[in-house]
Every structure is written in C-alpha cells, then in structure tokens.
Design a protein around this ligand. Sequence first.
Ligand code: MF3
Ligand code: CO
Length: 249
Amino acid sequence: MVTIKTKEEIELMKKAGHINYLTHQYLKGLIKPGITTKYLNDEADKFIRENGGIPGFLNYEGYPGSICVSVNDEIVHGIPSDDHILREGDIVSLDIGVVIDGYHSDSAWTYPVGVVNKEKERLMHHTEKALFIGLKEIKNGARLNNIGARISEYAHKHNLSVVEELVGHGVGTDLHEEPDVPNYGKYNTGMVLKTGMVIAVEPMLNAGTRHICVLDDDWTIVTEDGRPSAHYEHTVVVTDDGYEILTGE
Ligand code: MF3
Ligand code: CO
C-alpha cells in the first residue's frame, strides 16, 4: 500500500531529513586521504545521535553499520571497515538514514577524495544531474515511471549505464515502503503520484557495465567490471505542482 502522509508526518520527516542533510555536510568536511570508512561511520553515528536522531540503517535486516560507505566500484551497501583507508583519487558514496520519532529519511551523495580523474568527475557530475532530472518529473497526477524514463534517457545520452537491480522506494515509518521507484522505465506508465506521497529517488550510474556482483560479506554491491559507480539520493514529498526535498537545508 502506498500511503499519503499527513502534514504532521511530513514535518517529522523533514526533521529527520534535515539531520540527514547536516550529517552529510559534517562528513563531507572530514573526507580526506588516510581516513578509514569506519571513522566516517562512527562520526556519523555520533553526529546523528547528538542531534536527536537514530541511524536508520543500523541493524536494518542485519546490516552492521550506521551508514553505508561505498568506494569506487562499490555501488551501494559498503560496510564501514577499519581496514578500508580512503586514498587520493577515490570517490566515496555515503548513504545515510536518520529516524526521528519513528519516521525515516534516506539520502546518498558521492564525494571526491582529493582530486579525482576525469572519468570519476564526469560520472559524479552526470549522476547528480540525473537525480534532479528525475525529480523534475514529480508532481501530483504524474506517472511514476516518468522519473526512471528520464533518468535512464539522460544516463545513456552521456554513455553511462543504469543499475536496475536496485531501486528507489517509498519512505515513512519504514525505510523501504511501496512503491518501488526504478531508475528506468517507460514514460507515461506506472502508478499515479499523489500529493503527500513520500519517495526516495536514487539513481546509481556506472561508468562501464550496468551489471553487478555481491561480495562475500553478502552486503557490498560492486560493478561487474570494476569501473566506478556513483549514487545520489533525496527523500522528497509529492506536492500539487512538483515536489519538496525533505533531505535538504
Ligand atoms: N539507502 C539504502 C536503500 O535505500 C538503504 C541502505 S540498506 C541498509 O536501499 F540495509 F544498508 F540499511
Ligand atoms: Co534509499
């Protein structure tokens, strides 16, 4: 079932989303060569709790981290580790969940570590663009698959591939609610979006093949060809004439 959130629920989700945004800004300032992915995890955990939230991913279906930290060819669900040190030229995707009074927010962003090569720069630029091109399709009465249709069209135009096995989703009292929000699809198909629905849109674009592998830890998802991947995600609420970002300033 796809739920319509009340004004009060949206206010809570906006609080959760704002702490999510602030956590991103805080972690962004810590990223530099030599730190570990576990350090970012622990700083995020502290920051979220200090701001009155709970990390939304910790123990979710047994996930062991407070956030997901995915480096280079890791697409999503990278488990933070003391052994994983960030190097100059890496790109690092931070996926953060924050819960306030039982309501979730979900947002991901990919950051450079120092100076990165042209391929990674281009990948990050176009994946962030793809997120906003998808979001632009959202308004009361619009069809859900218009989001993915535009994202994949944009990605392919720029010679990037779209991960299909992982999708965006509804957000609310659960991290993952209905509907699924794929990053591909046929324009003018799918359910009709309604004011008050809350969804997370999250394109994952690859420089090479769209195909994925799961590592032996059963969580980390990587590109099959080892080329880099980027991930940008906002949680938004559908409005009468567009959308409002909940995971922002
Ligand atoms: N943002 C991720 C998603 O939407 C959530 C991470 S799943 C977890 O799928 F299990 F790692 F928490
Ligand atoms: Co998500």
